[in-house]
Structures are given as C-alpha cells and as structure tokens.
Design a protein around this ligand. Sequence first.
Ligand code: ZN
Ligand code: ZN
Length: 356
Amino acid sequence: MLKNRRSRLKPFFEEYALKAVLVTDLKNIRYLCGFSGSEGALLISPETSWFLCDSRYTAQAAEEVHGAEVRECGAVRIDTIAALADEFGLDRIGFEASHTTVSSFRRLSEKLDRIELVEIGPILDEIRICKDASEIELLRSVATLSSHALTAVLHLIKPGVQEVEIALALEFEMRRRGADGKAFDFIVASGERGAMPHGRASNKIIASGDLVTIDFGALQNGYHSDETVTVACGQPNLREQEIHSIVKDAHDRAIEAVRAGISCKDLDEVARSFICEKGYGDFFGHGLGHGVGLEIHEPPTLSPRSAAVLETGMVITIEPGIYIPGFGGVRIEDTVVVTDNGCDVLTCADKQLLVL
Ligand code: ZN
Ligand code: ZN
C-alpha cells in the first residue's frame, strides 16, 4: 500500500527530471512511509528511499517505517543527505516549497552546493487528495468514535453549564473511547456567540433558550474527523427553528448532490442558492466545506471560487451555516466520502434539532 503511494510520485520524477525528492512535511512522511514521530525526513528516489532521523527516533522508525532504509543522522541531517546524494549520483533533488522555510532552504543550498534543488509544488497534497481504502477505513473509524462520544455527552447540555465544560467532557469521552487526541479546539458557541463561525468554547454559561453549535472531531492514527451539530437548550423560538430547518435542508440538498464529477463550485452553489432563496444569503459567509484526512483542512476547497472537481475517494465536509450578529447561528456539518454515484456519510450524530 505504501509502495503504491510512493509509485504515484513516478510521473513527477519524469516531469521534473528529478533524481530524488526530499520530503520534510511530517504528514507527507507519514503518508509515504508510515513514520508517526515529530522529526525526520524522507529522501525518495525511483529505486530506493531513505528515512533520516536522529537517535531519538531510530527505534520507532525501525518499527514504523516501511519501504525506506532507516538512516540515523548525526547532528546535521543535511550532511547525511549530501553523502547519499554523492554516493547515488542524486544531482537534481526536488523539495517541498510549501513546507520549507526560507532559512532551511538557504541551509540546504549552502550544504548541497553541487546539487540542483527544484521546487516541486504541492504534488503530495495532490496525491493525498483521493483516499485509498485503508485511509477511508481509518477516517470512518475516527468519525464513528467522535460521533458516539458527542452523543454520550449531550445530556450534559443544560442551563447553567459553561461551554468549556461541554468541550472538556467531549474530549475526555473521545480519549476514553480510544482517540489519540482532539482534531482541533472544539467550537461550543451558545446563544449570541453562535454568530461567530469559529467561536471556541468559552466560559460563557449556557442559558435556557440558547441554540448551541458544537463543531468537534477526534484524531486517531493520524486521521481527523470533523462534524457539527446545533442543538437547543430548552424550547427554541420560531426564528431559531426556522434557521435550523433552512440550514438542515441546505445541508441535505448538498449531500444529495455529492458525486464524482460535480465541481466544488457547483456543489457550494446547491447549498448557497437555497440559503439565498430563503433570504439568508448575506449570513452564510464561508465556503461549503473542505477536504479532511491527515490534516483537518486539506484540499479540495468547496467554495464559489473553487476550480476543483470531485473524484471518487475524496473525503470532504458539507457544512452550511447561517450566522446573525446579535442573534446567534446554526451550522450543520458531516464528513462524507465521494463515490461514483453519490457519497457515503462517515459522521453519524443526529442532525435534527434536538431539544435538550
Ligand atoms: Zn468542523
Ligand atoms: Zn469543517
């Protein structure tokens, strides 16, 4: 499987006339060789690959890394790269421009002065955009865990409880169920704070009559889940019910429209035009969704400006919302896998307006 992923780099070796690619982004390293630690580099040539790490990670790399020879580096990793380049005639090496700082590029250029360094652009992001079967299983498993954790803590939402208490209880529940951590800082935004699409859980006390938006996800085996529910604490008023029902319908219509071949722009338009028709177009300011995988936000982007077209195996979120300053807001989000004819919804918390 990892071999399969590395083989997808092959056309790029030819396109850029490269002898090797130096991968320094840790998510890409994990994707290509399995290493999950926090320091290392992967040098890939069409024939051989080397995983380079310092002594802290040699044992872990020996267990985790597949398809690359583990080389423990001394104090300066670039010296090992230079030695390998000399030994194997790697005189033109691609590097990830979007994951290399100016200062590390300078260091590389000084040390590797006999080697031509070539910017390769987001090739690996493109390779990662369609998930393989093992990734989809990991994404499904983390999404299920996360949805079940939410369901287990919903009863804690009642008047007098702080938003942050809900966030902490949810994180604890995820960890108890086997998550490695949370996917991001949860959003728990109640009452008027619901108008902030990214209102992180605060010490605000939830009051009776508040809508509460909870945007949450777990992290497990490197993969993220992303899901949002908006629930009511006590009986919601008519306007709150109306807004929830519009967002829910926009969400359902967009999920109905997901399939390989639709453009991200057109999919965004399905939800956006519905919200506009209902008179709330000015209150849906963000894009419809984004890719999810080893990163919580990754390509493709679903927005009115997106040029991407959905393909089978992409994992994306569908998350329309309405945010009204001084009133509050509603967002509903699911993570789905794109299939030939539709999609498979991975997240599974109830999206009806629950009254707690
Ligand atoms: Zn989210
Ligand atoms: Zn999201």
